[in-house]
Design a binder for this molecule. Structure first.
Ligand code: 4AD
Ligand code: MG
Length: 458
């Protein structure tokens, strides 16, 4: 038995175990030796902080050549009050056994490495301090998201990954097939394919969440989504996680209030419960991290309409590559100006022109805009898109047609409006986008365990 007999580093650091003899397993993060003493930082993943081992070299013989950064060791000793200022407790070591040596070819030596280099070794970068911090925050954030919705009584729906619908109509869906593509010449005969029709990996769980909202009331999905997005930017991944709440009997105003409450709530949880990780990230990744938290926690989110946004941009005196106009989507240069320079805090932009927004967004009374919003945050841009859904059967049908979508494939979706339709709203939050904001990480590839982004997997 190993697990039953070991003590976790987290428990040594957090509880008073003074005088207790314990056994710890973990990996060496750093070691240094003087003539009489050795100091080793050991981490077992249970906490971001490491435990200091103190070795009296007059009493113990150790093989220093194996006690190198990255080596796995098994250590016995007595918990004592720490003499140094960094932690309360340390281990007076009585026995060290080397379990798995990491020699000096180990790529993650003590110096700081560039993230580009670490991306080439995703199977090893998990051991670095930055990734220990980022993935602890990702884990805590995921729990905070579930807690928020569970405490409000939302139903967690597992939306399918395989689908026939391109929810966003962006033509960015990956096709899924069991045909051997190498054997296909010319036109594809789908009657030979597994589903006998064209099938894709989902770009969004929304369409399947809606029938659940229209029966269970308040629901959410939280799962992977896939997009062959041509924009290979630091904010785009081909495989990313989305949280998509969908609520019956919520109008646009209810939606906006829920989003604000949700984002503030999960931000506060991270601030309060990931203090060691945030202190590290602030020191080494994003010095302005506190300001990012304040920008969310200290204010109500400002809300402007698309029309007002265009007006601000045109009066800014700033030269943009493309002029902002009604009827064309804002570019990243516009979003950046609004959120980073003009407002300097999170903003909602609402009521976008109907022509380039998704078919399911509810048409406003002006007949030219839809009841939708984007939430933009400084340094990142868009993290959320949401809308009140078009609940009127005829309107929905005509929007599907005018957008050139194959109405037949959306017949099932239309039927949700045929019997007992109801006003409802929902939104999608990109998990990695908010994680980038809360950790200060600049590239989406560095907040995903094994990123599927860009053009090469490994
Ligand atoms: O704005 P999007 O495309 O909206 C939807 O998919 C709706 N169905 C959501 C809904 O109403 N239920 O995507 C939602 C969010 C974006 O705001 C962004 O945060 C994230 O998903 N996102 C991406 N994140 C990483 N890489 C990509 N390629 C992303 N595309 C969208
Ligand atoms: Mg969007």
């Amino acid at each position: 038995m190993i697990h039953q007999t070991r003590t976790k580093v987290k428990d040594v650091l957090a509880e008073n175990k003074e005088g207790q003899e314990i056994l710890v397993w973990g990996w060496i993060r750093s070691s240094r030796f003087s003539k009489a003493l050795g100091f080793i930082q050991i981490n077992d993943g249970s906490s971001f902080e490491s435990l200091q081992l103190v070795i009296d070299l007059n009493k113990m013989v150790v093989n220093k050549s194996e006690l190198l950064t990255g080596s796995c060791i098994k250590v016995s000793g007595k918990v004592v009050e720490s003499q140094g200022g960094n932690q309360d407790w340390e281990l007076q070591t009585s026995r060290i056994e080397v379990v798995g040596v990491a020699d000096n070819t180990y790529p993650l030596q003590k110096k700081r490495h560039r993230f580009e280099f670490l991306r080439e070794i995703p199977h090893l970068r998990t051991k670095s301090n930055t990734f220990l911090a980022v993935f602890k925050v990702r884990n805590r954030l995921s729990k905070a998201i579930h807690d928020f919705f569970q405490e409000k009584g939302f139903l967690y729906v597992h939306a399918p990954i395989l689908t026939v619908n391109d929810c966003e109509g962006g033509g960015e869906a990956f096709q899924a097939t069991n045909l051997n593509l190498d054997e296909i010449n010319g036109t594809v005969d789908y009657s030979n394919d597994f589903f006998k029709q064209k099938v894709f990996l989902t770009v969004s769980g929304q369409l399947e969440a809606e029938p659940f909202a229209l029966s269970h009331g308040e629901v959410y999905t939280f799962g992977p989504t896939f997009r062959a997005d041509p924009s290979d930017t630091p904010r785009h991944a081909a495989e990313f996680w989305m949280i998509e709440p969908e609520m019956a009997f919520y109008d646009f105003e209810d939606l906006r209030l829920l989003i604000q409450e949700f984002i503030k709530s999960i931000t506060l949880t991270i601030k309060e419960e990931c203090q060691a990780e945030l202190a590290f990230l602030k020191k080494f990744v994003e010095p302005e991290l506190d300001a990012r938290f304040d920008a969310i926690l200290d204010h109500d989110f400002t809300s402007i309409t698309f029309e007002e946004a265009v007006d601000i941009l045109n009066k800014s005196g700033k030269k943009f590559e493309n002029k902002a106009v009604w009827g064309e989507d804002l570019g990243i240069e516009h979003e950046r100006y609004l959120v980073d320079e003009h407002f300097g805090k999170p903003i909602f932009i609402t009521d976008y022109p109907e022509n380039f927004k998704s078919f399911y967004m509810r048409l406003n009374d002006d007949k030219k805009s839809v009841a939708c919003l984007d939430l933009l945050v400084p340094g990142i841009g868009e993290i959320i898109t949401g809308s009140q859904r078009e609940e009127r059967y005829d309107m929905l049908q005509s929007r599907l047609q005018s957008k050139g979508l194959e109405v037949e494939l959306y017949q099932w979706y239309l039927e949700t409006r045929r019997w007992g339709s109801a006003p409802h709203s929902g939104f999608g939050l990109g998990l990695e986008r908010i994680l980038m904001y809360l950790t200060g990480m600049k590239n989406i590839k560095d907040v995903i365990p094994f990123p599927r982004a860009g053009r090469k997997l490994y």
